[in-house]
Design a protein around this ligand. Structure first.
Ligand SMILES: [Zn+2]
Length: 421
């Protein structure tokens, strides 16, 4: 898939230092507790060594799995892999499964059992059905170069062992408790190993504002997510192995991490629902609500954005209509813009946009210029201003997902300017 530089930029954008990110890609597996081999990668994975068998939680992505396997084999254990659990069906967590299956075959071991929630296969089916769209939307979200097209090239291996609510699995003398909850996805599993007091959260914990709002992707479930985090905390883990970022150890710190994240999601959820019940439309809800504090090191809005989570809660309970009757059966925004520009003239609109730009009101300036670049698609000044505004916003914006849209606007403007040159 992507070359290392792109992926390092991606992790750096998630808030990781370049050097730390590079270390992750070289893939040193670390033993966080006896027989618990954690490989921090883009898509972490964990090998539990249980008396001559390995129980894997996630596989790391296809483009890094060879390093993950080598790290385990060289420094830690040569035991066959008995089972692989998918914490959810995202590309960075499951697409290394094929390499584990091939390794088992090459060594004459039985094929590892692949365990996942019953909805994982439905997700894979959706990806197969929409892979050009998935390639496109990930290109925008992560500001990737064109042509990476990971969704159409990676192997999607369906689970052969599925469950609905919970599943207990014994490997050697070790018991693993698998629990389903909806959260970032609808097919999630979190894993609790009571014997070693180790928790594998999957992407319910990723060292960033929870990915509960993602503007590019399907529904997330903030409230169920919050409840799952509280259930995890109730087990009193000594080690928390997240879906992304470093392992965390220490009971108190883990309680704080899980419960503050649960409270963060619950606060957004409850405020949106309260305001919906008061008959408020989405944009008024966003303006009126008070975003919970994100000053914990694991809640920084470097990936998703709290406002996106609020929008996602609204979408879960509401429809797409945002309250403007002109928009229930609307004209195309380009036609509306053309009317406005012909009535008001493009220059006064651009002038006001430039004034807003000078005053640092970039958000409003973007909306005004948008009328001109749509209403007069050949207006070079409008495209240049539009490009500069979004470049400036990308430079200021902390959230990778918001930045993705801004970078995409810049590249759209550059393409259009080339056509007009
Ligand atoms: Zn992930």
């Amino acid at each position: 898939m992507a070359d290392e530089k792109v992926l390092l930029d991606y992790e750096a954008a998630r808030g990781m230092e370049k050097e730390q990110a590079a270390f992750y890609y070289r893939g040193a597996a670390e033993e966080v507790a006896e027989g618990v081999i954690f490989t921090p990668r883009q898509g972490n994975s964990t090998a539990f060594v249980c008396e001559g068998s390995i129980f894997m939680v996630d596989t790391s992505p296809q483009w890094y799995v060879q390093g993950t396997i080598e790290g385990i084999r060289t420094n830690h254990s040569k035991a066959p892999v008995d089972s692989i659990v998918y914490t959810h069906g995202h590309i960075d967590h499951v697409t290394g499964a094929e390499a584990f299956i091939e390794e088992a075959a090459a060594q004459g071991n039985k094929r590892p059992r692949i365990i996942g929630h019953e909805d994982v296969s439905k997700r894979f089916e959706r990806y197969r059905q929409t892979h050009p769209w998935q390639n496109f939307i990930n290109q925008v979200q992560f500001n990737l170069p064109e042509g990476i097209d990971a969704f159409s090239t990676v192997p999607w291996i369906d689970p052969d062992t599925v469950y609905t609510k919970e599943l207990f699995v014994d490997v050697g003398k070790e018991r693993f408790e698998l629990y389903h909850s909806r959260g970032e996805t609808d097919d999630e599993t979190w894993v609790w190993c009571p014997g070693r007091r180790v928790l594998c959260t999957g992407d319910t914990f990723v060292w960033a504002t929870p990915n509960g709002g993602n503007p590019y992707k399907v529904q997330r479930y903030a409230m169920e997510w919050s409840v799952a985090l509280e259930q995890m905390a109730a087990r009193k883990p000594l080690h928390l192995l997240p879906g992304h970022g470093p392992a965390m150890s220490g009971e108190e710190r883990i309680q704080d991490a899980l419960l503050s994240t649960a409270g963060f999601l619950r606060s957004i959820h409850d405020q949106v629902v309260t305001l919906m019940n008061e008959g408020k439309w989405l944009e008024d809800i966003i303006r009126e609500m008070e975003m919970p504090s994100s000053d914990k090191p694991w809640l920084r809005p470097i990936y998703d954005h709290p406002e996106f989570i609020a929008r996602n809660v609204y979408r879960l309970y509401g429809g797409w209509y945002e309250g403007d009757p002109a928009n229930i059966l609307p004209a195309h925004s380009e036609d509306i813009a053309a009317m406005l520009v012909s009535a008001a003239g493009s220059e006064p609109i651009l002038d006001r946009a430039r004034k807003l730009q000078n005053d640092g009101e970039l958000q409003l300036a973007c909306h005004l210029v948008d009328f001109v670049r749509k209403g007069e698609p050949d207006n070079v000044d409008a495209w240049k201003l539009w490009r500069d505004l979004f470049a400036a916003r990308a430079a200021q914006e902390e959230s990778l997902m918001a930045r993705g849209a801004f970078h995409f606007a810049v590249s759209q403007a550059e393409k259009r300017l080339e056509e007009l040159a």
